[in-house]
Structure formats: structure tokens, C-alpha cells
Design a protein around this ligand. Structure first.
Ligand SMILES: NC(=O)c1ccc[n+]([C@@H]2O[C@H](COP(=O)([O-])OP(=O)(O)OC[C@H]3O[C@@H](n4cnc5c(N)ncnc54)[C@H](OP(=O)(O)O)[C@@H]3O)[C@@H](O)[C@H]2O)c1
Length: 259
């Protein structure tokens, strides 16, 4: 129970990697603030955590709304008493090259994947500085380290997350606040199913094709990312800040298509 007595806020935890993170922290004794727009899915995650004996609350939020990020941090502290860990997980993805990316899609991507991450980090750090301690884990992507055809807005946004992580880690290392990011590869969630659905054809076959190009020959379960987030947020990572941990089955280790 290494997170007993600690409060963890996970954005985008109504599903996928965020829900897995919420469960992992709750299993370690944390009180978790689950958040996202979809109230039914969010409450189901909260109920599953409570059903397993854990503690969780839900905050309905659209992170694109003006002031929403600051309100979410304030709401978490007001309802749960403190904020020890922030996991910036909420993210969206449009599949398009620059010519096919509308202004609305570009701005939407930046609003969720970049602006919200920055506003949430800033609001959390304000509080953690006074508390004298804190940890933040940002969910970037392998596509924030490398380019990917037809995903210019997403890749640009995740590159920004990596740099927000590095710069804020440097600025607040002396405040006893650690800030790291995780760069997932292919994790089997709704997001990947949606990307593959756009390619057409059989989903199971597309998944097999995707797995074949990964050095470990499989996609990850969301819980495999959650365990890495859990580590970076924990005292086991007490000397780790400003790093980007690839959780990608080996993808980032290779320069080209894996044979
Ligand atoms: N799956 C992968 O292979 C993969 C790879 C690399 C990086 N990532 C990153 O990992 C993170 C989680 O992805 P996932 O695969 O778990 O995706 P997902 O299943 O689509 O989950 C995305 C989460 O973000 C929330 N969200 C989206 N827009 C929001 C908004 N405007 N306000 C508040 N919450 C919002 C969604 O909640 P609501 O719908 O309830 O709002 C949902 O909980 C993302 O940052 C993604 O870019 C995923």
C-alpha cells in the first residue's frame, strides 16, 4: 500500500490507459480522482475501484473549457484534502496529414493534448510547491519522439508534452517535485481500435498486422503502461525526474520497420 494516504488525480480515466492507472493507484492505497467527460463510464470506473475495496471519486470535466484545468485541481484538493500525484493522461487523436487537418482539429488537439497538460501541471505545481512535495506523470507517446505519417497534429502535440515535462522538471527539481513522462507504443485501447477502423478491413487482422511490426510482436494491455506510471509517481523513482520512459515493446529502439 505504498500510496496509502495519498491523493492521485488521473485525467481521462473514464476508459483505457487512464482507467488502468486509476485502478493501479487505488490498489496501492491511494484515494483517486477519476475524471473525464463521460459520466457513465467515469462512475463505472469509480464503482469498480470501490467494489475492489479502494477509494475513488469522480469529477466530470471537459478539459477544453476555459478554467476547467484549474477548477479540476482545486476541486480535487477541496474534496479529497490534498494532491500528491497528477497523471496527465487525457488525449485525443485525428488521423490526417497537414492538408487534410482543419483548423478546428488542430486547435482541438492542442487544447486537450497540450494546453490542458500545461494548465494542469502549472496548477498542480502551485499546490505541490506549498506542500513541499509532489509527482507528475504526463502521458506522451512514441509519436512524440518520432514522426508518423498522417498524424501531424497528434505528433506535434505529444512532442510538446515531452518538452513540457523536461522544462518543468528542471524548473521544479529544487522544489521536490518530480515530473516525468511515459511514451506508450501500441496499447490496445479504444484509440487504437479507432485508428485501425479508419483503415478499413478486418479489425482482428489489422491488429495482427500491427503486432507483427512490433519487436515484442504484441500490443500492450493498458495495465502495462499503468504499472510504469505507478513506478514513476512512487518513491521508488525518488531520483528520477525529467525523463521519458518508452513503454513500447521495443519500437523506439529500432530506426526502421522491424523485420
Ligand atoms: N493507446 C495507445 O496506443 C496510445 C499510444 C501512445 C499514447 N497514448 C496516449 O495515452 C493516453 C490515453 O489514451 P487511450 O489509448 O487510453 O485513449 P482512450 O481510451 O481514447 O482514452 C482517452 C481518455 O481521454 C479523455 N478525454 C478525451 N478528451 C477529453 C476532454 N476534452 N476532456 C476530458 N477528458 C478527455 C477520455 O474521456 P471522456 O471520453 O470521458 O472525456 C478518455 O478517458 C492519451 O493521451 C493517448 O494519446 C495512447
Amino acid at each position: 500500500m505504498i500510496f496509502a494516504g495519498r491523493v492521485v488525480l488521473v485525467t481521462g480515466s473514464t476508459t483505457g490507459i487512464g482507467a488502468a492507472c486509476a485502478r493501479a493507484f487505488a490498489e496501492s492505497g491511494a484515494v483517486v480522482m477519476v475524471s473525464g467527460r463521460n459520466e457513465a463510464r467515469g462512475r463505472a470506473v469509480v464503482e469498480s475501484i470501490r467494489g475492489a475495496g479502494g477509494h475513488a471519486e469522480f469529477a466530470a470535466v471537459d478539459l477544453r473549457a476555459p478554467g476547467a484545468c484549474e477548477r479540476l485541481v482545486g476541486d480535487t484538493i477541496e474534496r479529497l484534502g490534498r494532491l500528491d500525484v497528477l497523471v496527465n493522461n487525457a488525449g485525443i487523436l485525428y488521423t490526417a496529414n497537414a492538408l487534410d487537418t482543419s483548423n478546428e482539429q488542430w486547435l482541438d488537439t492542442m487544447a486537450v493534448n497540450v494546453n490542458a497538460v500545461f494548465y494542469l501541471c502549472r496548477a498542480a505545481v502551485r499546490h505541490m510547491k506549498i506542500a513541499g512535495k509532489g509527482a507528475i506523470v504526463n502521458i506522451a507517446s512514441e509519436w512524440g519522439l518520432n514522426g508518423e505519417a498522417n498524424h501531424v497534429a497528434y505528433c506535434a502535440s505529444k512532442g510538446a508534452v515531452v518538452q513540457i515535462t523536461r522544462c518543468m522538471a528542471l524548473d521544479h527539481a529544487g522544489d521536490n517535485i518530480r515530473i516525468n513522462s511515459v511514451c506508450p507504443g501500441e496499447i490496445h485501447t479504444r484509440m487504437v481500435d479507432e485508428i485501425l477502423a479508419k483503415r478499413g478491413g478486418d479489425l482482428a487482422e489489422n491488429l495482427r498486422g500491427l503486432a507483427a511490426g512490433i519487436p515484442m510482436r504484441r500490443l500492450a494491455h493498458p495495465s502495462e503502461v499503468a504499472r510504469c506510471v505507478h513506478f514513476l509517481a512512487s518513491d521508488d523513482a525518488s531520483y528520477v525526474t525529467g525523463t521519458n520512459l518508452s513503454v513500447d515493446g521495443g519500437n523506439d529502439a529500432t530506426a526502421g520497420p522491424y523485420p
